[in-house]
Design a protein around this ligand. Sequence first.
Ligand code: PLP
Length: 403
Amino acid sequence: MEGVPLADIAARFGTPTYVYSRATLTSAFRAYQHALSGHRASICYAVKANSNLGILNLFARLGAGFDIVSGGELTRVLAAGGQPNQVLFSGVGKSAVEIRQAIEVGIRCFNVESAAELERIDSVAGEVGLKAPIAFRVNPDVDPKTHPYIATGLKSSKFGVAFGEAAGLYRRAATMRNVEIRGIACHIGSQLLDPAPIAEAAEKVLSLVDTLAVDGIHFDHVDLGGGLGIRYRDEIPPTVTDYLSPLLALFQNRREALCFEPGRSLVGNSGLLLTRVEYLKHGEDRNFVVVDAAMNDLARPALYDAYHQIVPVTQQPSEPRRYDVVGPVCESGDFLAHDRDLAVTAGDHLAILSAGAYGMAMSSNYNTRPRAAEVLVDGDAVHLVRQRETLPDLYRGEGILPA
Ligand SMILES: *Cc1c(COP(=O)(O)O)cnc(C)c1O
């Protein structure tokens, strides 16, 4: 990773450890900045993809805004040096406490996902005595052609307000005393490999913008969400420029600024999960590499049957054999990979690639497993950006019945 052998990182920090590259994070962000230069557009990193403070701080230094889905993420962004007035707040279940926190610190905009949430925001803003900036997240009902768990813009999805209801909701919002209409948003899904559905969604959103202009409702920004896919195996995602150009063309002569909320495409291929081989287990039917990382560390294979490339950190001279790579967790769903040809022995280290997005962020303590350490590599330097959890960390706050 950059100038540092992964074996040295494993020796120094132990395993499992998430390892990120500053240079790769930076160049992923710069690709968006480059494609958007000369346009009025902001890049609001989707914090849920990887919410480590070190990474948030790096993006804040590069000029990013942030897309958040909880008050917890807002607190992280502020702790990492992010500007509240560059924060967009998405999510279907914002609590009154979260809404109040966001209004008080002065976020840029709420992406409102239901009529009931609009009422709640208006009432909380009234209590606080400030106007809440809002956009509706509309559901354009386009098929993003991705995994059903990460498709979010279909009619059947829990996300956003129905396209046909949006105009009425904006008219209602325009009458409210404590909200201020700022924009309109959509986000149709994740790991998108075809730019066409986003362009289709953008056109639908623009038609709504024009309809509402007749009612005197105008927008400062149009937020087209995130979702650009990355290569895990053999996918060929569009380049950032190819993905953004048709969208920029649609907005060429328009007054509204653009927002994007990329997550995976900024961090996914900037990180890997470093793990150690505990045992080899050769069976009649299948062979297993049992490693010290598991589904609690990287849930994507168990959750979406996702593919992550796995490479040995040091090459072995032996012949490869076909293995399932599995963790110690007591679930048959606990696998990291199926049918990989690997030449490994116990004690070797493996790098599970493309693990920077939805890796650590989705990790848990299942089986009372402390969560992994995280390090950020910068040239020849390695910075610990999250200590490995200790066991007392795991049961802090628990209690037992009185004697
Ligand atoms: C998850 C999410 C994103 C980021 O999606 P990626 O596929 O990681 O780019 C952006 N916006 C919203 C509202 C999201 O929920």
